[in-house]
Design a binder for this molecule. Structure first.
Ligand code: DGL
Length: 276
């Protein structure tokens, strides 16, 4: 591995820009390449096999571009595809390539936020059904009580720019109350989906003051820096000109038009074909 490469950031669509925003904020010197599989989003309702196949195809695209380190910013892909890719596919893809997700950094940290030892997870159907958050949190914090609730309407609310309107209150209140009812001792609420940070203001309306709402972006950025500080052989090969390129499997015009609610900068994306 002699050439320098940017860090790959993958999401099912556009929501992963909330994670990339934090990576750029904390790691401005690094180069990033973002791919949104918008043509096949959302992933949150898809089967294991489908999420795995789509994610693997996108990871392979990053490797063809020369990226040796790929971060799955998508919770659903991290929950349903990452382990198989790491254990089954990466060993066949040549030395030095790494794929990381958002689940591990979050689950090894989230227990530190809670005083009561009771955590609530809000995520897509796919992430909740995988049980990955519950299993992984228990690994790092065995005494932690974890409950989860799927919010299938929240991604469409954000994607249709309805997340700040009054109509969104109905769904947010319904889902938040269902979660809190299942364990009244929750004091930490994890937003386990790329889109949910955009609903934080709304969620706050229905969550008692003493409960902390935790988004993943800053945690993922902290942990990635920590990872790179421990893997110097990888770190020294990452290019550092502070650039960011964007790719989408669907319309780049659509991508650029919707990016603004997830990302602070104006975005100019390029369309790619994955030969689906
Ligand atoms: N990016 C997905 C996640 O974080 C949400 C959107 C989707 O369902 O594709 O789970």
């Amino acid at each position: 591995m002699n050439k320098k490469f940017p860090i790959g950031v993958f999401d099912s669509g556009i929501g992963g820009l909330t994670i990339l925003k934090e990576l750029r904020k904390q790691m401005p010197e690094y180069d990033f390449v973002y791919l949104g599989d918008n043509a096949r989003a959302p992933y949150g309702t898809r089967s294991y096999d489908t999420v795995y196949r789509y994610t693997l195809q996108c990871v392979q695209w990053f490797f063809v571009q020369g990226c040796e380190l790929v971060v799955l910013a998508c919770n659903t892909a991290s929950a349903k595809a990452l382990k198989t890719i790491q254990q089954h596919d990466l060993p066949k893809m040549g030395m030095g390539k790494r794929v990381l997700g958002v689940l591990r950094p979050t689950t090894e940290t989230i227990g530190d936020y809670s005083k009561t030892g009771h955590i609530g997870i809000l995520a897509t159907n796919g992430t909740v059904n995988s049980d990955s958050y519950v299993t992984e949190i228990k690994r790092f914090f065995p005494d932690m009580k974890v409950v989860q609730h799927a919010c299938p309407m929240w991604v469409p609310l954000v994607e249709n720019r309805e997340h700040l309107n009054d109509g969104a209150d109905y769904f947010v209140q319904k889902d938040v109350e269902a979660l809190l009812k299942s364990d009244p001792k929750i004091d930490t609420l994890l937003l386990g989906c790329t889109h949910y940070p955009l609903l934080e203001q709304k969620i706050r309306k229905f969550v008692p003051e003493h409960i902390q709402i935790v988004s993943q972006g800053a945690i993922v950025a902290d942990k990635l820096q920590d990872y790179l500080s421990r893997h110097k052989e990888m770190e020294k090969h990452i290019s550092k000109k502070g650039t960011c390129r964007f790719f989408t499997t669907d319309s780049s015009t659509e991508f650029d038009a919707h990016a603004d609610i997830f990302f602070d900068e104006k975005v100019k994306s390029e369309h790619i074909e994955l030969g689906m």
